[in-house]
Design a protein around this ligand. Structure first.
Ligand code: SF4
Ligand code: SF4
Length: 402
C-alpha cells in the first residue's frame, strides 16, 4: 500500500498518489501552511512543504538520510491544514520512512527497539504475552478470556499494549472493566492471544510489520463472535477503522468515548458521587483531528457532578499534540533541536487554572505526568483518564494512583 519500492522524483510521488493516500502531492502549491503549522517544523531540516519540493526535484536520497525524517510525531496538523488535501501525516511521511528503511537507513534506536518488541512479543513494551492479563489479577469482576472460552459477546475489548502492561494504565483498565460490568454489557478479551494493532508500526514506516499484524489479528478476530470491538487506544481505533479494511479486515469498532457516550442515559443515574475538579480535556490527535470526535468526551465529563471544565486556548482542531504518536522518538527529537510537546502542553493546561488534565488516550497519562513533574506542576495538575473520573463518580472502587 504505502510500500513504494522504486522510483525517484515525480515518479515516486506519482506512485504515492496512486496508492490512494489523499490528493496527489504533485498538486502542492508550496504555500507552506503545513510547515508553518507543524509544532516541530522549526527543528526539521525538511519540513513537510520542503519534503515535496525536494522529492519532486530528485533529492529523495537526501531526505531519506536526514535525521529530520524521524522528527515528525504524526500529529496530523499539516494534513488537516493543507488546502490541497494532500495526505502528509498518514501518507507521505510513512511512505518516506518505509522507503528509508528499505534503502538501509536505520530509524532511531528507541523506535527500532519498539519494532523488535512488536515483532518478537506482539506488544510495544517487549513484555511476555503471558502477562497480558496481569491487570485483571484479583479484580472483583469477571474477565472472560475469549481465546480460552469462546462465546458470543456484545463487546470484544481489545485492551491494548499500554493498558495491559503499564502499571499506571492498568488502573484505568481495571476501572473500565468495572464500568462495562456495571453497565450489564457482555464482554470479553483475548488474553495472551491479543497482539498489537500495529498503528505505530504503520505510522513509522514498518509497513511490512503492520501488514503481518493485520493478518494475525484478522485470524484471531474472525474466530470470535461479537457485536463490536471497543478499544481504549484511539490509534488502534483509527487503524481498525481506516487501514485494516484495506486488507479485507473490516470490523465494527468504537473508541471507548463513543461507546460510553452512546450509553449516557444508562450512565447518568450511576454517576452520582461528586468529583470536585476543574478539568481541561486534551483532544488527542487521533480521536480529535483525525476523526473529529470532540464533543463526546466533553459530554462524558459533563455528566460528572461537581466537575467543572475549562478549555485551553488550543483545543479541538487546533490542540497541541502530546507528542505521544512519536513517543519512541523523544530522545531523537530533543537531540536534533526539537522539544517534547507534552512539556509545553501541561504548561498550557496549568495556565487555565485547571487542577486536572483529562485524557482519553493511554499514551498520554504517563507522558503528561512525567511532563508535569519536569515542569514542577505535579502538585497542581493531576492527569486522569476520563474512565477514572467516571469510575470515581460511579463509586467503583480503586482510585487513581497519581
Ligand atoms: S499545505 Fe499542502 S499545498 Fe501547502 S505547501 Fe503544504 S503540502 Fe503543499
Ligand atoms: S504530522 Fe505534525 S509533526 Fe508531523 S510534519 Fe505534520 S504537523 Fe509536523
Amino acid at each position: 500500500m504505502i510500500t513504494l519500492t522504486g522510483g525517484q522524483g515525480t515518479d515516486w510521488l506519482k506512485q504515492l498518489a496512486a496508492s490512494g493516500e489523499g490528493e496527489s502531492p504533485l498538486g502542492c502549491m508550496q504555500c507552506g501552511l503545513c510547515a508553518a503549522s507543524c509544532p516541530l517544523g522549526d527543528a526539521m531540516e525538511y519540513p513537510p512543504r520542503s519534503l515535496i519540493l525536494r522529492a519532486s526535484s530528485g533529492q529523495l536520497e537526501r531526505i531519506l538520510a536526514s535525521p529530520s525524517l524521524w522528527l515528525c510525531v504524526s500529529c496530523y496538523t499539516c494534513s488537516k491544514r493543507c488546502p490541497r488535501g494532500i495526505e502528509l501525516s498518514d501518507g507521505l511521511w510513512p511512505a518516506l520512512r518505509d522507503r528509508a528503511m528499505q534503502e538501509g537507513f536505520q530509524p532511531p534506536a528507541e523506535l527500532q527497539e519498539t519494532f523488535q518488541n512488536v515483532f518478537k512479543y506482539g506488544n510495544t513494551l517487549g513484555k511476555s504475552p503471558r502477562q497480558r492479563l496481569d491487570w485483571a489479577k484479583d479484580l472483583e469482576v469477571r474477565v472472560l478470556d475469549l481465546s480460552k472460552e469462546p462465546r458470543p459477546v456484545e463487546v470484544l475489548w481489545l485492551v491494548g499494549c499500554y493498558p495491559s502492561y503499564y502499571p499506571r494504565n492498568q488502573v484505568v483498565t481495571r476501572a473500565f472493566a468495572r464500568i462495562l460490568t456495571e453497565l450489564g454489557v457482555t464482554w470479553g478479551v483475548l488474553g495472551a492471544k491479543e497482539k498489537a494493532i500495529g498503528e505505530c508500526d504503520r505510522m513509522f514506516g514498518e509497513e511490512g510489520l503492520f501488514e503481518s499484524l493485520v493478518e494475525e489479528n484478522r485470524k484471531l478476530l474472525d474466530r470470535q463472535e461479537f457485536e463490536k470491538i471497543v478499544v481504549l487506544d484511539p490509534h488502534a481505533f483509527r487503524a481498525l477503522q481506516n487501514f485494516y479494511p484495506r486488507f479485507g479486515a473490516w470490523y465494527p469498532v468504537e473508541h471507548y468515548t463513543t461507546f460510553l457516550a452512546e450509553r449516557m442515559g444508562q450512565l447518568q443515574p450511576l454517576v452520582v458521587k461528586p468529583v470536585e475538579a476543574r478539568v481541561n480535556y486534551h483532544d488527542n490527535c487521533c480521536a480529535g483531528r483525525r476523526c473529529g470526535c470532540y464533543d463526546l468526551p466533553r459530554s462524558l465529563l459533563g455528566l460528572i457532578p461537581g466537575l467543572t471544565t475549562v478549555e485551553m486556548s488550543r483545543n479541538r482542531d487546533n490542540a497541541l499534540c502530546c507528542g505521544g504518536g512519536g513517543m519512541w522518538l523523544d530522545a531523537h527529537i530533543v537531540a536534533h533541536g526539537g522539544r517534547r510537546l507534552s512539556d509545553e502542553r501541561v504548561r498550557q493546561a496549568a495556565e487555565t487554572g485547571a487542577d486536572t488534565l483529562a485524557v482519553s488516550c493511554p499514551y498520554e497519562l504517563s507522558r503528561f505526568e512525567d511532563a508535569a513533574k519536569v515542569a514542577g506542576l505535579e502538585e497542581r495538575l493531576k492527569v486522569r483518564d476520563i474512565i477514572e473520573l467516571l469510575a470515581e463518580s460511579m463509586d467503583l472502587g480503586e482510585r487513581s494512583v497519581v
